[in-house]
Design a protein around this ligand. Structure first.
Ligand SMILES: Nc1ncnc2c1ncn2[C@@H]1O[C@H](COP(=O)(O)OP(=O)(O)OP(=O)(O)O)[C@@H](O)[C@H]1O
Ligand SMILES: [Mg+2]
Length: 247
């Protein structure tokens, strides 16, 4: 079902499968965590996924060295600004999904990955100070769209580390501010969850975690599933919009 979704997305644009890039200049915004959760969720549902670890600190590669990585998932670690564009192209021919984790600074490698993205996800924590950093990432995407003669690069904000129990007014205000300036905000938030941290300590995916060591895995699985489903539907609606514009 997922593979079919990726296939039909690919057919509608080029022959390449969708590339999802996690970007934000803010260190610790939740890029690597959200990227690995999305990748493992898609892979655990049978999709082939290539993750490109474009952060020199190599958080994804370190995770991948631990046991439990899904069989359908590949991690590419050797990337630089000269090779990343072609590596994304190659991966998009082989895998149902390509997911790129970037470093928390603006660099040539970030520009190359974002300009090749079918969807840019900008993770941010829910404070005003964090949101200001997310705005910088949005500006970078908008500038790259200008370089691409106005061709849109679909972009969405993802709130991370939010409380599952309460929804503070301040967070709602930030969300409204993004939306009123035309920025897409994912309905799903990556809540603050022990299980999302734990996969980096133990390796593997949410489904391989030991419930005696990690609390509330079930809620984390539901959260990851909702996140993946929303990403797929966003890719689909963007593909439809692009298709309609071209037709
Ligand atoms: N949803 C979450 N629940 C719990 N902890 C989280 C969540 N998202 C991120 N974290 C924790 O927050 C910290 C920063 O997350 P992460 O490394 O994913 O951010 P990043 O944007 O990739 O950072 P960098 O810019 O340094 O690459 C980590 O300690 C991670 O475990
Ligand atoms: Mg990171």
């Amino acid at each position: 079902m997922l593979v079919r979704a990726a296939d039909s997305l690919a057919r509608r644009r080029t022959d390449a499968m969708p590339t999802i890039v996690f970007a934000s200049p803010k260190g610790g915004a939740g890029k690597s965590t959200s990227a690995v959760i999305l990748a493992t969720e898609l892979a655990s549902r049978g999709a082939t996924v290539t993750m490109i670890d474009a952060d020199p600190n190599k958080p994804v590669s370190k995770w991948a060295k631990r046991p439990g990585r899904p069989d359908t998932m590949t991690v590419v670690a050797e990337v630089n600004e000269d090779t990343i564009f072609d590596q994304i192209e190659d991966a998009a021919q082989r895998s149902s999904f390509v997911i790129v984790d970037l470093e928390g600074t603006a660099s040539q490698i970030v520009v190359a990955a974002v300009s090749r993205a079918d969807l840019v996800i900008i993770p941010t924590q829910g404070s005003q100070l964090d949101a200001a950093e997310a705005v910088k990432a949005i500006r970078m995407v908008r500038n790259l769209e200008k370089v691409k003669q106005g061709k849109p690069i679909p972009t969405a904000i993802l709130f991370t580390r939010t409380s599952a129990a309460i929804r503070p007014r301040s967070l709602q205000a930030i969300q409204s501010e993004f939306e009123s300036s035309g920025v897409e905000v994912l309905r799903t938030q990556m809540n603050e969850r022990d299980a999302f941290r734990a996969i980096f300590a133990f390796g593997g995916s949410l489904s391989t975690l030991d419930p005696s060591q990690v609390s509330n895995i079930k809620a984390a699985v539901a959260n990851a599933r909702a996140f993946a489903a929303e990403v797929i539907s966003l890719l689909r609606s963007d593909a439809t919009r692009t298709h309609a514009r071209v037709a």
